[in-house]
Design a protein around this ligand. Structure first.
Ligand SMILES: Nc1nc2c(ncn2[C@@H]2O[C@H](COP(=O)(O)OP(=O)(O)OP(=O)(O)O)[C@@H](O)[C@H]2O)c(=O)[nH]1
Ligand SMILES: [Mg+2]
Length: 242
């Protein structure tokens, strides 16, 4: 459905790239950075997920990184991981609307609502995913594992500029993450460090090239760990019992 044949007859597909990770780790900032770095060379759009607000979309619009109409909020009205994992229909509608309105697009970025350490995207929604941790969450987080940490296409250890203030050894955190990921890429990132920002943009360029050459295989990191939501009573996932 996201194959578009150009006049020259070549197939051009929109790469759908998800960005997941716990609350406040810097997902919207990563989207803003990628738009700033790549929007001159790629046709882009963004979908954000929030439970009750459109705050992420408003932040990105006010940052002026893309024309406002290319940034669309999805209000999930429930736990955001449900909308990116269990019932992706609202997100798929938003993605397809954007493709119809502004296509052909090169990349659509989809931000999950800030959620817990194990939220991942369904491969029915995204072709690849970034999982984002930050150093302020503590140096041990990368070692704790979980589907996003071990299997996302890229693990970002974000806000490295804060490491000295929170007594975190970034090199050790990156090593721990590499061990947990068995060779999959790990990027230490700070929006204040131009060379790490350039590495992030290069990773997306090379993913897009692989994707277009049919050399990228989408990987499902797997479902969230079993859990339940006490405040919602009947809302449970996995094998969790309320
Ligand atoms: N020092 C520093 N702060 C950062 C960096 N990236 C993001 N932040 C800050 O971290 C805070 C949260 O960033 P967001 O991008 O909104 O994080 P988020 O993951 O989208 O948050 P939710 O959508 O609410 O889960 C903001 O105050 C950002 O300015 C960074 O590289 N360094
Ligand atoms: Mg956000």
């Amino acid at each position: 459905m996201h194959n578009i044949r150009s006049k020259a007859g070549t197939v051009r597909r929109t790469l759908r790239l998800g960005v997941a990770g716990p609350v406040g780790t810097g997902k919207s900032s990563i989207l803003a950075t990628l738009c700033r770095e790549l929007a001159d060379e790629l046709s882009m759009a963004v979908v954000t997920n929030d439970i009750y607000t459109d705050e992420d979309a408003r932040f990105l619009r006010s940052a002026g990184v893309l024309p406002a109409e290319r940034i669309r909020p999805v209000e999930t009205g429930a736990c955001p991981h449900t909308a990116i994992r269990d019932d992706v229909s609202v997100n798929l509608d938003a993605v397809e609307d954007m493709e119809d309105a502004y296509g052909p697009l090169d990349v659509i970025l989809i931000e999950s609502g800030g959620d817990n350490l194990t939220a991942t995207f369904s491969p029915a929604l995204v072709d690849a995913q970034i999982f984002c941790l930050d150093v302020a969450g503590g140096g041990d987080v990368a070692r704790k594992g979980g589907p996003g940490i071990s299997k996302a296409d890229l693990l970002v250890i974000n806000k490295t500029d804060l490491a000295p203030h929170v007594d975190v050894d970034v090199a050790r955190m990156v090593d721990d993450a590499r061990c947990a990921r068995e060779g999959l890429p790990v990027l230490a990132l700070s929006k204040k460090d131009a060379s790490s920002v350039a590495e992030l943009a290069d990773w997306v360029r090379s993913l897009l090239a692989r994707y277009r050459a049919d050399r990228h295989t989408p990987v499902d990191p797997g479902p969230m760990a079993p859990h339940s939501h006490v405040h919602e009573g009947s809302h449970t996932h996995g094998d969790a019992r309320p």
